[in-house]
Design a protein around this ligand. Structure first.
Ligand SMILES: [Fe+2]
Ligand SMILES: [Fe+2]
Length: 387
């Protein structure tokens, strides 16, 4: 490369450099003092000398979340061709074309692009009106939840330390945006209207967004995303809902984020164990119980016992919370035993011929791949319930 050099005035350049050096020293010192006095200072948690965000590189977090998210990145144009999305690139389309050439006719027709009209016809063929309404009621809980997941994850960008953690959270923000817009089209395709948030959903999700600092990781990534993961796992093997497998895969990564983050930046014992922190987590979790239990008629319409579903959600959420260090007022085992007793007492009072059941060992995840992913995160239901 040959550049045509221009001449500069060396003396003027030197003066400019000196002015910048003095100004930089003055501004940085002022910001440092203001920061120490907690009166402001530098807004960015960024170290331009080390060329890193405060907290360092943390490449492990980046590899486990940012790199993995990009490897598993899916596009709605391929995964849900009946939607309005045109998000696949030319190179991806060419690759898919090559892959499809290797399929036989039956495989090709199974993968064929279907229009939005065809998709609605498929839903009408596969489900009765009551089943469609039940599916929409259940999915809309997560539909509204994805809006909050998008808001909460974006707010976490300024909460986490290190380049790796920010890269990880950035991918979560992008995935939640995709979940919100794609799930919205899926739910609207049922053509039965979309219910607004019930009071429990509203309180739970507002509580997550209002929570202080890393407690938002507990509310969203541990609690809400475990409910989402369980709903996606329960429905992803149903006709027309196959795209939920990809949501399930993304949510499993999101539920693992707090634990991976705390391995790099552990919480203090006080943050984990203080009575006020334990209590605030309990208060944050309480609306989740009626949120799930009020789904009894809709889950029953799909052949799922609400207490089995609730038991499996509770077991997974408690396991994740304890593993991440988000302790609750009671240790996991007695708390699960308490809920098991309450569920059984309620069923005994309201159902005919109820026999005692260990609801905490139940599992309502349908697809084999999804069950395998959950076993990796939570262990087997029996082992986890016996822990
Ligand atoms: Fe999501
Ligand atoms: Fe998520």
């Amino acid at each position: 490369m040959h550049f045509e050099k221009l001449t500069v005035n060396k003396r003027a350049t030197q003066i400019n450099v000196d002015v910048e050096r003095v100004a930089n020293a003055a501004v940085r010192t002022f910001d440092k003092v203001m920061g120490k006095l907690r009166l402001g200072g530098r807004r960015a948690a960024y170290d331009d000398v080390a060329y890193e965000f405060l907290g360092g590189a943390q490449d492990t977090l980046r590899k486990k979340h940012y790199d993995k998210s990009l490897r598993l990145l899916w596009k709605a144009e391929h995964a849900a061709p009946w939607t309005s999305f045109k998000d696949a690139g030319e190179a991806e389309k060419a690759l898919l074309g090559i892959a499809e050439r290797g399929l036989n006719d039956a495989e090709k027709s199974a993968r064929s692009r279907i229009s939005s009209k065809d998709f609605k016809a498929l839903l009408d063929r596969e489900y009765t009106l009551a089943e469609k309404k039940a599916l929409v009621k259940i999915l809309s809980k997560i539909g509204h939840g994805e809006a909050y997941a998008w808001l909460v994850s974006a707010s976490m960008l300024n909460e986490v330390k290190s380049t790796g953690a920010r890269a990880a959270v950035t991918m979560q923000v992008m995935e939640e945006a995709k979940h919100f817009v794609v799930l919205r089209e899926l739910i609207q395709a049922f053509d039965v209207g979309v219910p607004r948030q019930a009071v429990w959903d509203y309180l739970l999700l507002e509580g997550c967004l209002r929570a202080k600092g890393l407690n938002r990781f507990f509310g969203m990534n541990v609690l809400v995303e475990t409910i989402a993961l369980s709903i996606f796992g329960m429905l992803s093997d149903k006709p027309g809902l196959e795209v939920l497998r990809l949501f399930h895969l993304d949510e499993s990564r999101h539920t693992a984020l707090p634990d991976n983050y705390f391995r790099e930046f552990p919480m203090t014992e006080w943050q984990k164990k203080s009575p006020s922190a334990r209590l605030s987590r309990l208060v944050m979790s309480l609306p989740a119980v009626p949120l799930v239990l009020y789904l009894e008629p809709e889950l029953a319409e799909l052949g799922v016992d609400v207490f089995e579903f609730a038991g499996s959600v509770l077991r997974k959420a408690v396991h994740l919370a304890e593993r991440s260090g988000f302790l609750l007022p009671l240790p996991g085992k007695p708390m699960l035993a308490m809920f098991n007793a309450i569920f059984n007492a309620y069923c005994k009072a309201t159902r005919e011929h109820h026999e005692w059941r260990d609801y905490m060992a139940a599992d309502t995840t349908g697809g084999a791949a999804e069950a395998a992913i959950e076993r990796e995160i939570f262990g087997t239901p029996q082992a986890a319930a016996a822990e």
